[in-house]
Design a protein around this ligand. Sequence first.
Ligand code: PLP
Length: 437
Amino acid sequence: MTKSSVQDPSNAAPLHEQIYARIRASIQQGQLKPGQRVPSLRAFAGELGVARGTVQVAYDRLLGEGYLIAKGPAGTFVSEQLTSSRPRRAAAAPSSSRTPPDQESTELSIETDGGIPAPLQLGLPALDEFPRKLWARLMARQIRSAGSLTKPPPAGFGPLREALAGYLQRSRGIDAQPHQVFVVPAYTASLALIVDALKLAGENAWVEYPSYPPTAQSLKRQNLHVWNVPVDDQGVDVEFGRQHFPKARLAVVTPSHQSPTGVALTLQRRVELLDWAGEQGAWIIEDDYDGEYRYRGHPLPALKSLDTCDRVIYCGTLSKVLYPGLRLSYVVVPQSQVPTMELACRRTVHGGCPELLQAAAAEFIAEGHFARHIKRMRTLYARRRAMLAEALAPYETDGFTVRLQDGGMHLLVDVRDDLDDLAMARRAREAGSPSIR
Ligand SMILES: Cc1ncc(COP(=O)(O)O)c(C=O)c1O
């Protein structure tokens, strides 16, 4: 890589990001091979004519994401785990004893106390910190404009699609044009839209076990056959899925922060999953519901950013970064699927999302409030999480183990087998304490 190949004057990204992106692309495209040594910081910085710290930032990020492995004085190497998982061995006969049980069909609901959400509820952002005055100003400005009172365009309001495409490019590493972004009122509506557009009814689908219950419920309602694929400490077990349900046409995953275990899908598993989808002609739905919240290092790039074969459909939501009552979620599809999605959008029963809200959200993003709000919330959630973990720490001897993952809006507490977590939650509620669900 030459100095001129990195310092691209038309590229507004900081230099360390340009270096990071170039090395990552070289690895993905095979110019840098698994096991190959990368230049030392000093040599590389000298070659590029940049400060050593600039290269260090790029290397640290690649180390954190698993692309590079540091081997002390021997140097830094491209991870050998990145070898493509092809060719595959033949699928083994299913072993029913390893097949996880059916997931409980519980609907998640928000508990309220006199209309105000009770504290410590799964998936609820800090509504007390939402910038209501600013939001009211943006809404007031929009209501004065004539367009906001008409029926919304079925695929979403143009400026919001544009603002989301820009945000996804900057923050999640996703290269998508605005017309590839479709605005929908909810994650489950996104699933229904995708199933309809890609004609997946009647097909088999992998769902993580455990997972967010509405995923399996929604797919079953769309007449898909749902198969549970277990999650371990590297994320969804792709090999298990291959062996037991090789013919699936769909996998729904939460790679950045598995819901609910909080595990980040490792790079090796990401490659395996993409390989599987490529071989089967299957689709992967990436539910990136809270990927913005990571407290150590950078947010992990979306799985979609590695998708060179166009098998990943990306689902995002404004529920976690703004507020869930907004009902604005979005789907990003490969260019090849844009026409079918446009047709499917015209068939939806919900008729789109109110343009007034979409316009306010578009302005919120375009004016930079969104990026500032996420940054502020990241700091706040890190602090609140640490406080909760600290408050729970004295009870560890009573059979609780707090697991603090690198990201997300909730933390996991392992409860000793002989303790009844549901009874504890019930007792806490009866005592007037906030429930932990
Ligand atoms: C795993 C997961 N996916 C998606 C969503 C987003 O749902 P929606 O966009 O309908 O608010 C949530 C919200 O809690 C979630 O926990």
